[in-house]
Design a protein around this ligand. Structure first.
Ligand code: TTP
Ligand code: MG
Length: 358
């Protein structure tokens, strides 16, 4: 059986407006609209939380927004600045996993099922990511932590701004039962209105309908609604970035003292890496050995071969050579890790790039 997944969804708070308030202190604490100008038939891209109190929201005409909140400051978007902030945020996500699926500049899903940071606690990782984002960009984000994409996404919106919401496996179904349909991701305004007309207000109301009734009322979306109201969502987090490396590491509960234990542990790591390489049909030219000694000093040793490495024997051979360039066997060790990188295609790309330089 597959392990229970750990998915988080991170979404920046009032993203464009927060960037403007960060860069221009005179906008802070004020209703601020980022978007087109009211006299040029512009629309609101987003607005600060101060403006939301007046009923202003994204995609509304700026003219209407200005009527609702005449004291609002209106500024044009600066996409380049938002893109820069977005890049920083994504680089923080990639510190935890390669399985990052950005949905837009300001939000992404992360699959942390196999992430060992923070003792594997997705909640602690989400908290840490929020803190890192704030430190690096001066902006706040909200996070949803759960066991599938649907719940994580809905959860990230529950405690905005600067919030974190966790929905545990045993809470999922009950949570969706009480959720009003307008809050369901994938149910837009038009569907919401149709559901209301049919007396469907919450997840529990959808659940009462049989599959054929859902099909009659909602056609192709029936299956999605049927599953979602039971908190079932099997969609994977789809990584958009090409994988650059694949590695495994173990932090030991008790520091390893004995060279045989270390070698045995490395053999297990190599087996695991090879299994994953095979699964993902990858092979690399470079092996990196990571060692953290008992005093937390960390070193890495790498070796690049001219042939592709993917078998346990070949990788073991390189690791044995790398081991000689460490103090393994003489000092206690609290972590060992092995990474394979420089994959077949990226090498070809590098060579191409080198060629085109001449
Ligand atoms: P959102 O995450 O939907 O909104 P937000 O970050 O401004 O506010 P919230 O705290 O509710 O998450 O969108 C992210 C950015 O995308 C937003 O700052 C501006 C832009 N955007 C548009 O340009 N047009 C739109 O219709 C929407 C919804 C967003
Ligand atoms: Mg947002």
């Amino acid at each position: 059986m597959k392990p229970q997944r750990k998915i988080i969804h991170i979404d920046m708070d009032a993203f464009f407006a927060a960037v403007e308030q960060r860069d221009f202190p005179q906008y802070r604490g004020k209703p601020l609209i980022v978007g087109g100008s009211p006299d040029k038939r512009g629309v609101v891209a987003t607005c600060s939380y101060e403006a939301r109190k007046f009923g202003v929201h994204s995609a509304m005409s700026s003219a209407r927004a200005f009527k609702l909140c005449p004291q609002a400051i209106v500024v044009s978007p600066r996409f380049e600045v938002y893109r820069q902030a977005s890049e920083i945020i994504r680089s923080i996500f990639y510190q935890y996993t390669e399985l990052v699926e950005p949905l837009s500049l300001d939000e992404a899903y992360l699959d942390l099922t196999h992430c060992s940071e923070c003792d594997g606690s997705a909640t602690l990782i989400a908290q840490e990511i929020k803190e890192k984002i704030y430190k690096a960009t001066g902006l706040t984000a909200s996070a949803g932590v759960s066991y599938n994409k649907f719940l994580a996404k809905v959860a990230s919106d529950m405690n905005k701004p600067d919030g974190i919401t966790v929905i545990r496996p045993e809470q999922g179904e009950r949570f969706v039962e009480t959720l009003v349909v307008g809050k369901f991701y994938g149910i837009g305004k038009a569907t919401e209105a149709r559901m209301h007309a049919l007396g469907i207000k919450t997840g529990a109301d959808i659940k009462r309908l049989k599959m054929h009734e859902l099909q009659t009322a909602f056609g192709n979306s029936a299956n999605y609604y049927f599953n979602i109201c039971r908190a079932i969502d099997q969609r994977e987090v789809i990584a958009c970035r090409e994988r650059k490396s694949l590695g495994c590491e173990t932090t030991y509960e008790n520091d390893l003292n004995n060279i045989n234990d270390m070698k045995q542990s490395l053999t297990q790591l190599i087996e695991k890496v090879c299994r994953e390489l095979k699964e993902k049909e990858l092979a690399g030219y470079t092996i990196t050995l990571k060692v953290k000694y008992d005093n937390f000093e960390q070193i890495t040793r790498s070796k690049t071969e001219t042939r592709l490495l993917f078998t346990e024997r070949d990788i073991q051979e390189v690791v044995n050579i790398l081991l000689q360039r460490t103090d393994v066997g003489h000092r206690k060790v609290r972590l060992l890790g092995i990474t394979v990188s420089n994959f077949a295609d990226s090498q070809a790309e590098n060579e191409m790039q080198q060629l085109t330089l001449f």
